[in-house]
Design a protein around this ligand. Structure first.
Ligand code: CAA
Length: 389
């Protein structure tokens, strides 16, 4: 299988991809089904991923990270997700929704305190924007943060927080000035040990079951002013900028899932016989494989393109929202198409838990939903094309 012919990878890129591939196939692939079944958080492998430098790939070494570029991050994440998308979610949120935000908007003190711990894998980071009544329309949140001397008092209920049940630090978005709507949103970094920080119910999920998701409740949770990320009123922009990075991660998760399902389907089509032929010789199967392969390669190119746009943005500060949205939209819909086709090619055995195909199929669905649904990605792309923002 070709791996992005247009892009000449450097030796460093090849090295991180190989290291992630070896680790994923040796440590993650053998346990993925068991953790999917139990829904248990895979603390041991996540800790080892931290030791390998996978939990803060783009974070400079002085802040505990691996100091590599965005393409390195994508290449490593792709390999992890190919073995298990749940490990991939934990890695993606840690790297892009937590670390990227602190690196881009945090103070020097915040970088030393929170980023160092999370990028090195000693602590786990989460990101909390969504509320029970505020999902796609993120500007309609209700949670409040009220200044009280050198503190802010946080109150509210957040939902669908990836790593919520286990996170040590959470970047959370709350209204400091409700009259101003999205311009009154402020971001905070909250230590999970703070009184009034309560982990809510863990969500039972269709897929990525080993990645823990929960509500978070804030009840008079007092955080020092030094925990504010950016200025008052900058929160919505921070949330959106960070999600642009997150969307490249989810696109990559979709790519890893697609690759795993495609490779299994290809191998099966070469071996399985029906009506006196290998099933891959039938056009009904071979054309499916051709479409799967083509969409996977197109996803890869969109993702690498978005990764490069993000890398450029580190110097220029430009937005890469459209590139990220196109990559996520196409790669996630490809993952649904490819995992569906892979299951169909396998027939009955694909539906069985004997093989990972049904897990790929279940895991793929979330990539069209979280960090902005496919509908939101289309809205972002269309607004950008029409010059509406
Ligand atoms: N970067 C920087 N700023 C941005 C931006 C971006 N990508 N997108 C918008 N903004 C700015 C705009 O410039 C505008 O600024 P001004 O007020 O100064 O003009 C401001 O933000 C408001 O922008 P819009 O008018 O476009 O805002 P909107 O209310 O129409 O919403 C939206 C835009 C794209 C629909 C946005 O609400 C959105 O992305 N929604 C989806 C939310 C989402 O992805 N949620 C997932 C949460 S995380 C999760 O899934 C769980 C997890 O743990 C992984």
């Amino acid at each position: 299988m070709s791996e992005g012919g247009l892009f000449a990878l450097t030796e460093e890129h090849e090295m991180i991809r190989q290291a992630a591939r070896d680790f994923a196939q040796k440590e993650i692939a053998p346990i993925a089904a068991e953790y999917d079944e139990s829904g248990e958080f895979p603390s041991k492998t996540i800790r080892k991923m931290g030791e390998m430098g996978f939990m803060g790939i783009e974070v400079p070494e002085e802040y505990g990270g691996a100091g590599m570029d965005t393409l390195s991050y994508v290449l490593a994440l792709e390999e992890i997700c190919k073995a298990d998308a749940a490990h991939g979610t934990i890695m993606s949120v840690n790297n892009s929704l937590f670390c990227y935000g602190i690196l881009r908007f945090g103070t020097e003190d915040q970088k030393h305190t929170y980023l160092k711990a999370v990028a090195s894998g000693q602590a786990i980071g989460a990101y909390s924007l969504t509320e029970p009544m505020s999902g796609s329309d993120a500007g309609t949140m209700r949670s409040r943060a009220v200044r009280d001397g050198d503190f802010y008092v946080l109150n509210g209920r957040k939902s669908w927080v990836t790593s919520g049940p286990v996170a040590d630090y959470v970047v959370v978005f709350m209204l400091t000035d409700p009259e101003k709507k999205h311009k009154g949103v402020t971001a905070f970094i909250v230590d999970a040990k703070t009184p009034g920080f309560i982990r809510g119910k863990k969500e039972p999920k269709l897929g990525i079951r080993a990645s823990a998701t929960s509500e978070l409740v804030f009840e008079d949770c007092r955080v020092p002013v030094s925990c504010r990320l950016g200025e008052e009123g900058e929160g919505f922009k921070i949330a959106m900028t960070v999600l642009d990075a997150g969307r490249i991660g989810i696109a990559t998760q979709a790519l890893g899932l697609s690759e795993a399902a495609y490779e299994a389907a290809l191998a099966y089509a070469r071996e399985r016989e029906a009506f006196g032929h290998k099933i891959g010789e039938f056009q009904g199967i071979s054309f499916k494989l051709a479409d799967m392969k083509t969409r996977i390669e197109a996803s890869r190119l969109l993702i690498y393109n978005a990764a490069m746009a993000k890398q450029r943005a580190k110097q220029t500060g430009e937005r890469f929202n459209t590139e990220a949205a196109m990559a996520k939209l196409f790669a996630s819909e490809t993952a649904m198409f490819v995992t569906h086709a892979a299951l169909q090619i396998h027939g009955g055995i694909g539906y069985s838990k004997e093989l990972p195909i049904e897990r790929y199929f279940r895991d793929a669905k979330i990539t069209e939903i979280y960090e902005g649904t496919s509908e939101i990605q289309r809205l972002v792309i269309a607004r950008s094309e029409l010059g509406l923002h």
